[in-house]
Design a protein around this ligand. Structure first.
Ligand code: FMN
Length: 198
């Protein structure tokens, strides 16, 4: 098969999908509506029950709402300007981190970042079910986040996550508004699912 990504993309859902997966989308426009503590806790509960290599559960989270303006700003300030411009309106910011070593024997956990990704994915699905938007960001300064949150050497930042209820796309700049309203696009399965050896 020749790799021609442009040809193998589609905006269609082509097979049965959970409604939460169909609805999930990394939007950027947030309303001012706060996220309740109970809802926040249910997001972390979803992360808590994620699978992980050797059940090491290497995920660690630091979160702040607008009610903790100092901590909120410490997380926000680590973001790249292109993310800060919209993420500053999210009522909830979460820094996700990976515990690099196993608790019991101190051995390096090679699956730590993978497992934090899985936990974040489940968190995203739970959030979607609760009517929330989740937007993960790799666009942040790792050293700034480490410094701002006084992150110990045993932990490694993974992604910062903006969470909130969907807002009015008109509040975004023209460029971001267009991206917000554009249909989601994906490679078709033909591109990435194989039924024979390479
Ligand atoms: C690890 C990771 C890093 C990402 N970093 C950013 C980012 O820095 N800024 C941003 O606007 N979106 C970021 N995203 C969101 C992706 O752009 C988004 O998931 C992708 O375009 C697919 O869109 P969808 O989530 O709405 O389906 C990131 C997503 C992931 C999983």
């Amino acid at each position: 098969m020749q790799v021609q990504p442009g040809i193998l993309k589609s905006t269609e859902i082509e097979h049965a999908l959970l409604p939460e997966l169909e609805k999930r989308r990394s939007k950027r426009a947030f309303s001012g509506k706060p996220v309740s503590e109970e809802t926040i806790r249910s997001l972390f509960e979803a992360a808590r029950w994620a699978p992980s290599s050797m059940n090491a559960q290497p995920w660690v989270y630091v979160y702040a709402t607008k009610d903790q303006p100092e901590l909120y700003k410490l997380i926000l300030d680590s973001l790249n300007e292109s993310n800060k411009i919209w993420a500053q309106h999210a009522p909830l910011l979460i820094a996700s981190l990976a515990r690099k070593n196993h608790i019991g024997n101190g051995a390096t956990n090679g699956a730590a970042r993978y497992d934090v990704g899985a936990a974040n994915a489940l968190l995203s699905v739970q959030a979607t079910q609760a009517g929330l938007i989740v937007h993960q960001m790799g666009g942040y300064n790792k050293l700034t986040l480490i410094e701002n949150l006084n992150v110990p050497g045993s932990l490694e930042p993974v992604v910062v996550i903006a969470v909130g209820y969907a807002g009015d796309p008109d509040n975004l700049g023209e460029n971001l508004k267009a991206r917000e309203l554009a249909p989601r696009e994906r490679y078709t399965q033909e591109f990435f699912v194989h039924t024979k050896a390479f």
